[in-house]
Design a protein around this ligand. Structure first.
Ligand SMILES: Nc1ncnc2c1ncn2[C@@H]1O[C@H](COP(=O)(O)OP(=O)(O)OP(=O)(O)O)[C@@H](O)[C@H]1O
Length: 312
């Protein structure tokens, strides 16, 4: 559990974090979203005691980071800036970290296996690809078997296999009851992994919500249906909470409030042919951009698109 109260961080004139107040709960993945410069990394550094708050407080598992006797066993973190000696092997890097906390070699070997580094564990970390470096950073974060895991942009620069691996790892850690807090500036990626969402912009809290609520607020799930008899299907599906739109005379309808499965089953029951049944993804990226629009620090001058025109 991470608890943040009235957290403020100023660097001279610049207010990087401006009165944040939220709790990150165990057992689910919580996405930490915001445009560049929103204050995500600064907040994460304060959670980890790497930066001191100007005012306010932040605790992990009930205590400030510095008050934990063995912090690696409370909170494991992957921050963007890596500090791995390039000449050292992955095994030696992890072993050195383990020694500072009285963690045995068996656990070092375990995290190496868990992160898929077994083949390269004895190679120089300096020669690692970006993906391998991320895996090594995550292995270090998991070394102490921590209750809370914090990852800053873990999928940055990873190939699709690496992205999928991180997704499964995060949901697996949350399923074990851990607190998992992950920053990103991609809403569509977070929607596939996170259950809860904290959105910040210019250091302020913009939303403390769930992915599901965010999707509903963005227009909800809808299903595109093409059928031989659109008026008849409309009549079959009509119910409270169901919204159906479509152009008169067209075979195509858009339905919200029912799943593709429910629509298919209803049509089948009445012998109505269906030619297409496609769940439509709402443009989460557009909804996210609309939410953070006023909070973006640097707008591009030549490539600025209206938020509504960007697909997720
Ligand atoms: N050490 C520092 N000194 C001065 N300003 C800083 C410092 N660290 C961060 N900032 C400023 O604080 C603001 C928040 O930065 P931060 O890196 O926390 O944002 P972020 O949400 O992590 O952004 P990104 O997605 O680009 O990583 C930015 O305007 C940044 O320039």
């Amino acid at each position: 559990m991470i608890e943040i109260h009235q957290l403020v961080k100023r660097y001279g004139e610049k207010t990087a974090v401006d009165g944040l107040e939220f709790t990150v709960k165990p057992g689910v993945v919580t996405g930490f979203l915001g445009p560049n410069g929103a204050g995500k990394s600064t907040t994460m550094r304060m959670i980890l005691g790497l930066d001191a708050p100007t005012s306010g407080s932040v605790t992990v598992n009930g205590r400030r980071y510095a008050q934990h006797a063995a912090p690696l066993q409370e909170v494991g973190a992957l921050l963007e800036a890596k500090s791995i000696h390039p000449g050292r092997s992955a095994f030696n890097h992890l072993n050195a970290l383990a020694l500072t906390h009285g963690i045995g070699r068996t656990r070092v070997q375990e995290v190496i296996e868990m992160t898929g580094l077994a083949q390269v564990a004895r190679k120089r970390a300096g020669a690692f690809s970006l993906g391998m470096g991320q895996r090594l950073g995550i292995a270090a974060a998991l070394l102490g078997d921590p209750e809370t895991v914090i990852l800053d942009e873990p999928v940055n620069g990873l190939d699709p296999e690496g992205v999928l691996w991180i997704r499964n790892l995060l949901t697996g850690l949350a399923a074990q009851g851990r607190t998992v807090f992950v920053s990103s500036h991609l809403m569509s990626e977070m929607a596939l992994t996170a259950t809860n969402l904290i959105v910040v912009g210019r250091g302020r809290l913009l939303a403390d919500t769930t992915i599901e609520q965010f999707i509903q607020a963005a227009g909800g799930h809808s299903v595109k249906v093409t059928t031989a008899d659109a008026p008849r299907l409309r009549a079959l599906l009509a119910a409270s909470g169901v919204e159906i739109t479509g152009v008169s005379g067209s075979e195509e309808l858009t339905v919200t409030g029912l799943t593709a499965r429910q629509i298919g089953a209803a049509a089948h029951k009445h012998g109505l042919p269906i030619y297409e049944l496609t769940p439509q993804a709402v443009s989460l990226e557009s909804a996210f951009m609309a939410m953070t629009e006023g909070a973006v620090e640097y707008h591009g001058t030549t490539t600025h698109q209206h938020a509504g025109s960007v697909a997720a």
